[in-house]
Design a protein around this ligand. Structure first.
Ligand code: BGC
Length: 412
């Protein structure tokens, strides 16, 4: 097997603003983390202070040989009140993009990665169709300010995750006290409580996809003249949904609801961002627990690096669009298992390339150990460890291994 990746292949790591920046106090998540009956294990706090330390962090990633970096712009900072934009915040993200370019990293920028401004939620959030136009307006501002520096835009991260949360792991709700308190703190009602992650209804899905389409139009309209077109896509959480014999119908039904509908909505996009961590098995009655004795990650899913091959092929079959692995990785304390995970995952990516799939890049999740949403700081997905008491960074052996692959542009 030829172990080479194509010329110009994007090699990067990914982060999300709220998970790394710290003190994202104007966001809905910050509020939800601080209500008395919060369902969050830890508050995000200072996170890993990437907001201030991005120059060193980007230099560290460049030193490992990556040629790209996927980060997100925080809507809650850029538009702190409805219709009021912060030039200082936009300048911050422009400086981040400039720093990337100065170090030879092409910026791939996500405009929404789960968090939203508080005011948006008080207006009905991601179940109010007006959000689509507001997101379009925000996307236009961001593109106007830093679009000339960007390699590609991911409008919304994991458009399907609210639906997955509602149908799989939050099907029983998140508890009455939490919802009541968080709704009150965000100036809305429990019935209309719709931060992104909680907008799991069919209406929420339609608002999210409309927001993507409005943003795409706004971004495209912002680039003109001699500027090359800015590639725009969204990202999808794609677990490898497998059926045990007899489970095909249940799997197909779920896969339609949780993935295919969203893949269909990428028509006219420039690429699809595929994000994969593991597989899910389905029996006649629906999702099955992992088999007895299989290796589980810190997230309690199966160690299943083969998932990236299956999901790239599925995204290709349904869309025919260029693909980008915008997230792939593992939460584990055993860095040797992380290395093994990436090794198998990259073998799978190579096999897809050899079969003619147009895979443009690979972004490992994540650059750093960071704030894993409701699970707090316990899961460790980073290629680089962070001691949050000193904010010291330490490169893990898996990162050194990946660095060799990236620099050789082939699987070593
Ligand atoms: C999200 C990340 C998250 C990662 C690991 C993805 O669903 O985009 O924000 O940290 O998975 O769970």
């Amino acid at each position: 097997m030829n172990n080479e990746f194509p010329q110009g292949f994007l090699w990067g790591t990914a982060t999300a603003a709220h998970q790394v920046e710290g003190n994202n106090t104007n966001s809905d998540f910050w509020v939800m983390e601080h209500v008395p009956d919060t369902v969050f294990t830890d508050p995000s706090g200072d996170a890993i202070d990437h907001y201030h330390r991005y120059p060193e962090d980007i230099a560290l990633l460049a030193g490992l040989g990556f040629n790209s970096y996927r980060f997100s712009v925080e809507w809650a900072r850029v538009e702190p009140e409805d219709g009021r934009f912060s030039t200082a915040a936009l300048d911050h993200y422009r400086r981040m993009a400039e720093t990337c370019l100065a170090h030879g990293l092409k910026p791939v920028v996500t405009y929404h990665h789960f968090t939203s401004p508080r005011w948006l939620i008080s207006q009905g959030g991601w179940q109010n169709m007006e959000t689509a136009a507001k997101f379009g307006r925000y996307a236009q501002k961001v593109t106007q300010h830093l679009g000339d520096l960007i390699e590609a835009v991911c409008t919304i991260n994991e458009v399907n995750i609210p639906r997955m949360a509602a149908m799989l792991w939050m099907a029983g709700g998140t508890g009455e006290p939490f919802t009541r308190q968080a709704a009150q703190a965000l100036h809305t009602t429990p019935q209309q409580f719709a931060p992104f992650m909680f907008a799991g209804t069919a209406v929420g899905r339609d608002v999210i996809l409309a927001a993507h389409h409005q943003a795409r139009a706004a971004i495209k309209a912002e680039r003109h003249g001699s500027q090359p077109p800015l590639p725009v896509g969204l990202t999808i959480a794609m677990s490898d949904m497998q059926a045990v014999p007899g489970g095909e119908a249940a799997r197909d039904q779920m896969r339609w609801e949780l993935q295919d509908v969203f893949l269909e909505a990428t028509r006219d996009d420039d690429f699809v961002g595929v994000q994969t961590y593991s597989r899910e098995r389905y029996g006649q009655e629906g999702p099955l627990d992992p088999e007895e004795g299989v290796e589980l990650t810190q997230m309690n899913y199966e160690f299943w690096p083969e998932a990236i091959g299956a999901t790239l092929r599925r995204a290709h079959a349904l869309t025919g669009l260029p693909l980008m692995v915008t997230e792939n990785g593992i939460g584990t304390t055993d860095d040797g298992r992380r290395l093994a995970y990436y090794q198998t995952a990259l073998q799978n990516v190579l096999a897809c390339l050899q079969d003619g799939l147009d895979v443009r890049g690979y972004f490992a999740w994540s650059a750093f150990d960071n704030f894993e949403w409701m699970l707090g700081y316990r899961p460790t997905f980073g290629l680089i460890a962070v001691d949050r008491s000193t904010q010291q960074r330490a490169i893990k052996p898996s990162a050194r291994w990946l660095s060799q692959v990236v620099q050789a542009n082939r699987l070593v």
